[in-house]
Design a protein around this ligand. Structure first.
Ligand SMILES: Cc1ncc(COP(=O)(O)O)c(C=O)c1O
Length: 389
């Protein structure tokens, strides 16, 4: 009955107990049994009962059902942050001596987890340059457990050929994982392209209001079960109130995505025409390296637009300090337009030399377009750019 994404966003997965239109927040950490007969029936699997908050919760389950339905997966497991979801997915799958493959253009903490944490458990990784599909295939070994990728990427919004990676995984019997946070199920459908596991930082577009941290892992139960087992032991579950806010955010996600897809496109076009902008990175622009692939693979290109100021650090600072409407903050996917300066924000702990080697220039800016009027966002960027010449 619920065929289209905006209808699934609103009605999918809801747990409408007490005839409430919205799923209630079941704020409890544990559940009681009426007597020992009930315990026995529960243990024998004859009776559905909640047991303990780390294992499940009715509000969390509703959010998980809604997200699984939106992404087109059998099940979803929620975590207390996107990074918790990334870490649990990898740790659910690997043991000492195993190997994973990661594309080099990925969320910085994912890279840090794979490069700095996994070797402590004798798990090795090969980091392959994005678009080097042959290099990726040649890196697969008998002990390779996962191919972990991300698309679109941050901050350059590079696009991976998702189907090609999925086929490679199937050919070599290696589980494929994609962090689709920048994509969302509205703009791309990794499971339909053959990927095994989709990860999201629900902190972004799903929550949609810059007020929760949440993560999600979606796929068939057979591929999720090691991750579910890991979570049962270690935790990292979101609290019921956070799950409620996720459900609430998801209800408007389809319309928000439609709006930001259109708004960001206009912002990208505006930036491309401004004399104080050297270069714009947005997969919806024909000037983007992956424009053709993005146009085939995606329905929309999301809220994030990256650009280089036509200047150096000094001009970049003038631009950042000149903004009046947009806020200087990390993250994306919420109502407020957020502007990030990767060199002084997410990459501040790196030396300039190292940072530039990774492509993070002093004059690089990321704009996460929000829900304000598009013209107001453009006017603010325009007046700030005019101040830095
Ligand atoms: C692509 C991507 N993956 C994972 C994460 C981590 O998510 P969280 O901040 O919810 O832990 C982020 C956060 O910005 C991200 O952009």
């Amino acid at each position: 009955m619920l065929k289209r994404l905006s209808s699934i966003s609103v009605h999918g997965g809801e747990n409408r107990i007490f005839e409430s239109v919205t799923t209630p927040i079941v704020q409890t950490s544990t559940y009681f049994f009426k007597d020992t007969h009930q315990i026995k029936a529960f243990i024998e699997g004859k009776y559905h009962h909640y047991e303990y908050g780390r294992y499940n919760n009715p509000t969390r389950e509703a959010a998980e059902r809604k997200l699984a339905a939106l992404e087109g997966g059998e099940h979803c497991i929620l975590f207390d942050s996107g990074m918790s979801a990334v870490a649990a997915t990898i740790l659910g799958y690997v043991e000492s001596g195993d190997h994973v493959i990661l594309t080099d253009d990925c969320y910085r903490q994912t890279m840090q987890f794979i490069e700095a944490v996994l070797p402590r458990f004798n798990v090795n990784a090969t980091i392959v340059p994005i678009r080097d599909y042959n290099g990726m295939e040649n890196s697969i070994r008998p002990e390779t457990r996962l191919i972990f990728s991300e698309s679109p990427t941050n901050p350059y919004l590079n696009i991976l050929d998702i189907r090609r990676i999925a086929e490679m995984g199937k050919d070599h019997k290696v589980v494929t994982v994609i962090d689709s946070t920048f994509g969302t199920p509205y703009n791309q459908r990794p499971l339909e392209l053959g990927i095994d596991i989709v990860i999201h930082s629900g902190t972004k577009y799903f929550g949609g209001h810059n007020d929760i941290l949440i993560g999600a892992v979606i796929g068939e139960e057979s591929v999720l079960s090691p991750i579910r087992e890991y979570q049962r032991i270690v935790g990292g579950v979101p609290d019921p109130h956070g799950c409620y806010l996720l459900i609430r955010g998801l209800k408007s996600c389809a319309v928000r995505m439609e709006h930001v897809n259109a708004s960001a496109m206009k912002v990208a076009e505006f930036l491309e025409g401004h004399s104080m902008v050297r270069r714009v990175y947005y997969p919806g622009l024909p000037s983007h390296q992956d424009y053709q692939l993005a146009s085939r693979q995606m329905k929309g290109f999301g809220a994030v637009v990256t650009f280089e100021i036509n200047g150096e650090w000094e001009e970049t600072e003038k631009f950042l300090n000149g903004l009046e409407l947009c806020l200087l903050a990390p993250s994306f996917g919420g109502p407020e337009t957020l502007v990030t300066h990767p060199a002084s924000m997410s990459y501040y702990s790196m030396s300039r030399e190292e940072r530039i080697k990774q492509g993070i220039l002093d004059e690089l800016i990321r704009v996460a377009v929000g829900l304000e009027d598009t013209q107001d966002i453009i006017d603010d960027l325009n007046q700030a750019l005019n101040k830095c010449s």
